[in-house]
Design a protein around this ligand. Structure first.
Ligand code: GLN
Length: 278
């Protein structure tokens, strides 16, 4: 087996990615991106040689991954709810747990054509997933970052999905209109949380992650403004931190939301809390 063959290159890369949670997967995803083949190719052709150009291009990505840059930013995409989304450092990388929010939203949307708002849309992940599942719905997606909206709009175009993107801070992106549902995966990490300075999140936009001393500033702001944009019986759904369900439920109850409930993600954390305007 020569040094330039796929199996040897992947093995050497894996050893250098000791600080990653998933060294083998990272190496395979980066190499698959460089050579434009699916990961299954490596199983079929471990002895295949790589060109000098491919080895150099892979090495350039590997050095950045070793320094901590997230794989999704290095390859420029991430899968979410069956959609292939473009991502850049202007947007939070969509997380698998956010699919729980999408599922909870889909279960509660009225059968009839309805209006949905996604506040803090980032890459557009939630809005686009909802638009793809409910082509009859009108989806509005708001973000305070013009750079994020460029990415979200590119995703809508690539996926041929109609979402009305607007620049704004939470409800200020909405006009004089009412929605059957407002969803948000806002920033919810405490500003002093040590995790913000560790691992992959260092490369993500702080405005998409951190939200005040207790991490609840954005959620409080949205709960304060959402009722005037919801139809009677309309739903408000949040993703939040693993230890914030009780606080979010209390905030929803305090302004009169009913049917308040928290949902558990695949890791066993209460990750989504929702309520209905009475
Ligand atoms: N779940 C993300 C994390 O812990 C945070 C996402 C968010 O703040 N909305 O890295």
């Amino acid at each position: 087996m020569n040094d330039g063959c796929i199996a040897a290159v992947l093995r050497a890369a894996q050893v250098r990615l000791v600080n990653s949670d998933s060294p083998r997967a990272d190496a395979e995803i980066l190499l698959a991106h460089v050579i434009g083949k699916p990961r299954s190719y490596f199983m079929a052709w471990p002895e295949a040689a790589l060109s000098a150009f491919e080895v150099a291009a892979f090495e350039a990505l590997l050095v950045r991954r070793v320094a901590g840059e997230p794989v999704a930013y290095l390859i420029g995409s991430r899968g979410f709810y069956g959609l292939d989304l473009a991502v850049s450092p202007a947007v939070l990388i969509p997380r698998p747990e956010t699919e729980l929010l999408v599922e909870a939203a889909l279960e509660r949307l009225p059968i009839k054509p309805c209006r949905i708002a996604d506040l803090g849309t980032g890459s557009g992940a939630i809005a686009l997933a909802l638009a793809s599942e409910r082509p009859d719905a009108q989806v509005v997606a708001v973000d305070a970052s013009p750079e994020a909206l460029v990415v979200a709009q590119e995703n809508a175009r690539n996926l041929n999905l109609a979402v009305d993107f607007r620049l704004g801070d939470w409800c200020s992106g909405l006009a004089n209109e009412r929605f059957e549902m407002i969803v948000s995966n806002p920033p919810y990490i405490r500003a002093d949380d040590a995790h913000l300075a560790q691992g992959d999140v260092r490369f993500e936009p702080t405005m998409a992650l951190a939200s005040g001393a207790d991490g609840l500033d954005a959620i409080r702001a949205i709960i304060a403004c959402a009722p005037q944009y919801l139809s009677p019986g309309g739903w408000l759904l949040f993703e939040h931190g693993y230890d914030q369900a009780e606080a979010v439920a209390a905030l929803l109850c305090a302004v009169g939301f009913v049917a308040v409930e928290s949902l558990i993600d695949l890791q066993g954390h209460a990750r989504v809390t929702l309520g209905q305007l009475s």
